[in-house]
Design a protein around this ligand. Structure first.
Ligand code: PDD
Length: 296
């Protein structure tokens, strides 16, 4: 598989691509991004199938709107180009990283009068997501939430997340949980779900919580499974002492949590976590299979 990149319509090898230092993405983090998971499908067109691509692109549009950036492409146009790039690169199992910035302009905090946005996306192989229940539990550490109040925008300004994740790693953990006054919002690169008395509790999307696409699919899967959900910020106590705890993201799907601030809270994935993860993977198989069938 050759990693390929599409930049405003031009395709090259990622290793040979160059960028302009005056792109506002570099100087002001003036842009938004997406990460889309690609799954190996059943035969067909040369590449794997991007999961929930339309949902990711619609979020990209909402994020762009959130930073007052007009996107010069429609969702279906970008989707077509993404699928073509996946096929040309031969990517089967992996991801597409996508970034949209306000483009190249002489450095100035003010928006350029006629911005020409830079849109790029590239393909990258990833190992398949482990089958439910086969991976080790994730270790979480709480970190004070010092991010801005528009976390629903998938901004490329990720320094607070980067610092939080590294703080967690230095304490031997895998992920940082953002905490505010005893309740938690989300993690540095994932959403969080606590399970108590058979009910899922997860923070509502908004100023401090990204509308995760995996989170959304999971809410739909939970409804299909008849598992009730309450959208409110779980307390740290609920997370630490509840029946189950898991996190979700495009690249990890669902990961069960084993440790909280250095203390083991679970020694295996919980029943509801496993049930939801199996149902989630079933949904992926259905959508990926249906897409491949439609393309034949
Ligand atoms: N991160 N919250 C934050 C802060 C995130 O950065 C992410 C994803 C999520 C989960 O969203 P989704 O289910 O749409 O992936 C929640 C991506 C994967 C990343 O930055 O690599």
């Amino acid at each position: 598989m050759t990693e390929l990149i599409w930049v405003n319509g031009k395709v090259t090898k990622l290793s040979e691509a160059t960028a302009n230092y005056e792109d506002r993405g570099h100087q002001f983090a003036d842009g938004v991004y997406e990460v889309v998971r690609v799954y190996k499908g059943r035969g067909g067109s040369g590449g794997g199938v991007p999961f929930t691509l339309t949902e990711h692109l619609e979020r990209l549009m909402r994020s762009a709107d959130g930073i007052r950036l007009d996107v010069p492409y429609r969702v279906d146009e970008i989707a077509g180009e993404v699928r073509k790039l996946i096929d040309t690169s031969g990517l089967q199992e992996g991801m597409v990283y996508m970034q949209l910035t306000r483009g190249i302009a002489p450095r100035n905090h003010l928006f350029p009068k006629k911005p020409v946005p830079t849109l790029y996306f590239f393909t990258r192989e990833l190992p398949p997501v482990p089958a439910p229940g086969t991976a080790e539990g994730v270790k979480l550490v709480t970190v004070e939430d010092e991010r801005w109040k528009r976390c629903w925008v998938k901004s490329i300004a990720l320094l607070a997340n980067v610092l939080a994740k590294n703080e967690a790693a230095e304490k031997g953990a895998d992920e940082a949980v953002f905490s505010e006054g005893g309740t938690v919002t989300e993690c540095s690169a994932s959403n969080l779900f606590a399970v108590g008395r058979g009910v899922l509790v997860t923070a509502p999307v908004g100023p401090k919580v990204l509308p995760g696409i995996t989170r959304q699919v999971l809410l739909e899967v939970a409804a299909e499974q008849g598992i009730p959900v309450i959208e409110r910020n779980p307390t740290e106590y609920e997370c630490r002492c509840g029946e189950e705890l898991f996190i979700t993201s495009t690249t990890r799907e669902l990961s069960w949590v084993s440790h909280w601030n250095g203390v083991q809270i679970h020694d295996r994935p919980g029943e509801i976590t496993l049930r939801l993860h199996r149902a989630f993977q079933e949904r992926v198989r259905r959508e990926v299979g249906a897409y491949q069938t439609a393309m034949v």
